[in-house]
Design a protein around this ligand. Structure first.
Ligand code: KG4
Ligand code: ZN
Length: 345
C-alpha cells in the first residue's frame, strides 16, 4: 500500500488530499481538506492573485495538519507527494510547490509536479474507479473550458477543443455581476435559473455555425448579449430569473452539444465532466439526457470533487506512481501556462 499526499494551490483554494493505493491498485480517499479564500476576493468580483498567495501561505500548514488528523496518519507515513505545478497563478502555485519540495526533502520521498487540468479528471477515479481508455473529458471551470481525449491519465492526454475567449465559469461570474448577483456567479445563477424560464430569451450559441471550429467554444459573445439585453431594458426591472435561466440554457446547450459530438466523432464511449461548472444542475441534467440518447456513459464526480481540491492532485499523483512515471527533480518550478498535454513535469 502506498500513501500519496496531494497539494493544490493554483487559484483560491488551498487543497490537501491523501490517497492510498491499495494492493489491487484501487484508490481510497483518506483526507480532503480545502481552505478557500473566495470570501476575500468577493468584493473585487474575481480572484486577486496577491491576496490568494498570502491566503495559501497562511492556510497550507494548518490544512496539512488537519488532513493528517482526519486520516489518522503521520507525515512519516507518506510514500510520495504530488503538487500542482501549473497551470494557474504564479505566486499561488509557488506556495504549494515550495511546501511540497520541503516536505519531499524532509521525508525523503519522491515528488511529482502535476498538471491541475488532468487532476480534475483524476478526481472522478476516486468516486467511480478506473477510466476506460480512451475517454473524453469536458473540463469546465473558472479558468478553463476544454475537451480532452484521455488515452492514459498519467501519460497521454490530448486537447480536442477549448474556449477561444472566456471560460464557462468566467462567463457565469461576469453575467452574475451584470445581474447584481454575488461572486462566484455559478451557484446564484444556478439557483435563480431554477425559478426562471429557459426559453424566455434566445441568447446566441457561440461557434455553432456550420463553418465554425468543431470542438472549440466561445462565451464572450453570450456575455455581451446578456449585457446588451439588460442595458436595453433602460432602467425597467430586470427579470433576473428568466435572464439567468436563458443564459444557463445557452451555456449548457453548447457545452453538451459539442461534447457529445466530439465523443461520437472520436468514437469514444465514456465522457467525464469535471471542474467547478460541472456542479451546475442544468449542465448535468442535459449532459445525462444527451449522453443517454447517443449511447455514451456519463461520469460526473460529486460537487466537492468537481471544484478545486487536493484530493484530485493526490489521485493524479497515485496514477503517476502506478504508471511508473519518473518523479520530478527538486528544482521543480511553477509553470503558470503549463499545457494540458504535459501531465507531469
Ligand atoms: O474548478 P473551480 O472550483 O476553480 C477553477 O479552477 O476555476 O471552478 C470555479 C468556477 C467559478 O467560475 C464558479 O462560478 C463556477 O465554477 N461554478 C458554477 C457552479 N458552481 C461553481 N458554475 C455554474 N453552476 C454552478 N452550480
Ligand atoms: Zn480547477
Amino acid at each position: 500500500m502506498t500513501i500519496v499526499l496531494g497539494i493544490e494551490s493554483s487559484c483560491d483554494e488551498t487543497g490537501i488530499g491523501i490517497v492510498r493505493i491499495e494492493s489491487d491498485g484501487a484508490l481510497t480517499l483518506l483526507a480532503d481538506e480545502v481552505a478557500s479564500s473566495v470570501d476575500q476576493h468577493a468584493r473585487f468580483g474575481g480572484v486577486v492573485p496577491e491576496v490568494a498567495s498570502r491566503a495559501h501561505l497562511e492556510a497550507l500548514v494548518p490544512s496539512v495538519t488537519r488532513a493528517f488528523e482526519s486520516a489518522s496518519l503521520e507525515l512519516s507515513d507518506v510514500d510520495a507527494i504530488a503538487v500542482t505545478c501549473g497551470p494557474g497563478l504564479a505566486g499561488a502555485l509557488l506556495v504549494g510547490v515550495s511546501a511540497a519540495k520541503a516536505y519531499a526533502a524532509a521525508l525523503n520521498v519522491p515528488l511529482y509536479g502535476a498538471n491541475h487540468l488532468p487532476g480534475h479528471v483524476a478526481a472522478d477515479t476516486l468516486e467511480h474507479g478506473p477510466l476506460p481508455s480512451p475517454c473524453l473529458a469536458l473540463l469546465v471551470s473558472g479558468g478553463h473550458t476544454q475537451l480532452l481525449r484521455v488515452d492514459d491519465l498519467a501519460t497521454k492526454i490530448t486537447e480536442v477543443g477549448s474556449t477561444i475567449d472566456d471560460a464557462a465559469g468566467e462567463a457565469y461570474d461576469k453575467v452574475a455581476r451584470i445581474l447584481g448577483l454575488p461572486y462566484p456567479g455559478g451557484p446564484p445563477i444556478d439557483k435563480a435559473a431554477r425559478r426562471g424560464n429557459p426559453d424566455a430569451i434566445r441568447f446566441p450559441r457561440g461557434l455553432t455555425g456550420p463553418r465554425d471550429a468543431r470542438f472549440d467554444f466561445s462565451f464572450s459573445g453570450l456575455k455581451t448579449a446578456v449585457a446588451r439585453w439588460v442595458e436595453a431594458r433602460d432602467g425597467q426591472e430586470i427579470p433576473v430569473d428568466d435572464v439567468a435561466a436563458s443564459f444557463q440554457e445557452a451555456v449548457a446547450d453548447v457545452l453538451t452539444a459539442k461534447a457529445v459530438r466530439a465523443a461520437t466523432e472520436l468514437g469514444v464511449g465514456t465522457m467525464v465532466v469535471s471542474g467547478g461548472v460541472a456542479a451546475n444542475s442544468r449542465l448535468s441534467t442535459l449532459a445525462a439526457q444527451r449522453c443517454a440518447e447517443a449511447g455514451i456513459t456519463l461520469r460526473v464526480p460529486r460537487p466537492r470533487l468537481c471544484t478545486d481540491n487536493g484530493a484530485m492532485i493526490a489521485a493524479l499523483g497515485a496514477h503517476l506512481v502506478k504508471a511508473g512515471v519518473r518523479p520530478s527533480s527538486l528544482d521543480l518550478s511553477a509553470g503558470p501556462g503549463l499545457p494540458v498535454g504535459t501531465v507531469s513535469v
